[in-house]
Design a protein around this ligand. Structure first.
Ligand code: HEM
Length: 410
């Protein structure tokens, strides 16, 4: 196989590290096919990815800069990508539109604003740990994802956005469907597009009738003010992005952290004794197991040559955080090994540049609360399955476990 033959990415993301290594062996930027046969370029090295993300000739606006955008409707198996590029929010805009949409939300997630949520995060953590303790009292395995890693970030983001209990289940199913890239059927794509309008539409209607001290109410006010700061469609899609990104990624950060530590008892002992910091554990989890492995899509505004490969204007590029974090040229020959003592401080798991993650302080604070509290409450916590038996979520985008069966011990 040569670098000019597109490589189909595994729609299930079953072994993202091995796939990254195979692509890296083909070159610094490799033509790939996303599920359903959508063509794109994949940077395979840390430096190459960083150069492309920071290049102002790389856009995130499909409407302006993707030559195949007008053709999506002609390919029934491409419809799933509309959940990512058919929505208008800061993740899919470029230049002044991006700046405008980002400014509406970013100030609510600064380190200082995040710090004010810490007490509430600690309370929810304690409640969930007590509920798990009660359910695991018999010694039978429990699913740590369902009981802890999932509901903690979900409850935090739903409180911030005032999502009422009756919409939480539908919101969770919608985000799971957007992340599931294993089914490129038109029915799946239709379900996602219909649910975006329906679930978030119901949230907006609910908060319009019952305004509160929450971010959905604030964004509705911005839409209703004079001026063009936020359209109806942008409001809907901004809520989709911030609520979805706000919990789904952090669920996997917590879950991936738990599994990494339980499969490396020596490192768990080092963090328990204080030899390694929890912050070091979390940064290393983000490097080796980034919650967003590969993100669709960026676009070349002009022909761009990077590391000797020319990406033609109008072509799509995937943002390959997992490949960058595992690059041996940047992290050494043992780059695929989880080693919290490595002192990682430059991973790209939260992105970099103008689109860098606005929720990084919140995600870190939730993980810094959740992981120490979990291991303190359950000193004998152990996996109830072999690490190789755990199943990755069906996605080339998200990196995380479907279930995490554990015994709580004691
Ligand atoms: C472990 C947790 C998280 C990870 C790994 C993560 C990862 C990322 C990455 C890689 C990007 C950059 C996308 C790009 O370059 O195109 C990003 C952007 C973003 N993240 Fe996060 N994220 C996490 C948590 C959160 C949380 C908690 C929130 C919500 C508050 C959030 C909201 C966003 C938003 C709104 C953007 C878009 C920023 C822009 O395009 O200007 N993320 N995130």
């Amino acid at each position: 196989m040569t670098a000019s033959t597109p490589v189909a990415l595994d729609p299930f993301g079953a072994d993202i590290p091995a796939e990254s290594a195979r692509l890296r062996a083909l070159g610094p930027v490799v033509p790939v096919e996303l599920p359903g046969g959508i063509p794109a370029w994949a940077p395979t090295r840390y430096d190459t990815l960083k150069t492309l993300i920071m290049d102002s000739r790389v856009s995130k606006d499909p409407r302006k800069h993707w030559s195949l955008f007008p053709e999506i409707g002609e390919h029934p198996s491409w419809g799933w990508i509309l959940g990512w590029v058919g929505v208008i929010n800061m993740l899919s805009t470029y230049g002044p539109d991006h700046t405008r949409l980002r400014k509406l939300v970013a100030p609510s997630f600064t380190a200082r604003r995040t710090e004010s949520m810490r007490t509430r995060v600690e309370e929810i953590t304690a409640e969930l740990l007590s509920a798990m303790e009660a359910s695991g009292a018999s010694g039978e395995p429990v699913d740590l994802k369902a009981g802890f890693a999932y509901p903690l970030p979900m409850r935090v983001i739903c409180e911030l956005f005032g999502v009422p209990d009756h919409l939480v289940g539908d919101t969770g199913r919608l985000i799971a469907a957007i992340m599931d890239t294993s089914d490129p059927s038109p029915e799946h794509a239709e379900f996602v597009l219909e649910q975006i309008g329906s679930v978030l539409g119901r949230l907006i209607a609910y908060k319009t009738e019952r305004p509160g001290d929450d971010m959905t109410t604030e964004l509705i006010k911005v839409r209703d003010e004079e001026g063009d700061r936020l359209s109806d469609e942008e409001l809907l899609h901004t809520l989709l992005l911030v609520i979805g990104a706000g919990y789904e990624t952090t669920v996997n950060l917590i879950g991936n952290g738990v599994v990494a530590l339980l499969s490396h008892p020596d490192q768990l002992a080092a963090v328990r004794s204080g030899e390694t910091g929890w912050d070091e554990v979390i940064e290393e989890v983000l490097r080796v197991h980034p919650s967003i492995a590969t993100l669709p899509l960026r676009f070349a505004v002009t022909d761009i040559t990077v590391d000797g490969v020319t990406i033609p204007a109008g072509d799509a590029i995937v943002t390959t955080y997992a490949a960058a974090g595992l690059d041996p040229a940047h992290y050494g020959e043992d780059s695929t090994e989880f080693n919290a003592a490595r002192g990682t401080d430059d991973h790209l798991a939260f992105g970099i540049g103008v689109h860098r993650c606005i929720g990084a302080p919140l995600a870190r604070m939730e993980a810094m609360t959740a992981l120490p509290a979990l291991f303190e409450r359950f000193p004998d916590l152990e996996l109830a399955a072999k690490p190789e038996e755990l199943r990755q979520v069906p996605s080339f985008i998200a990196l995380g476990w479907q279930e995490i069966p554990v015994r709580l011990g004691g």
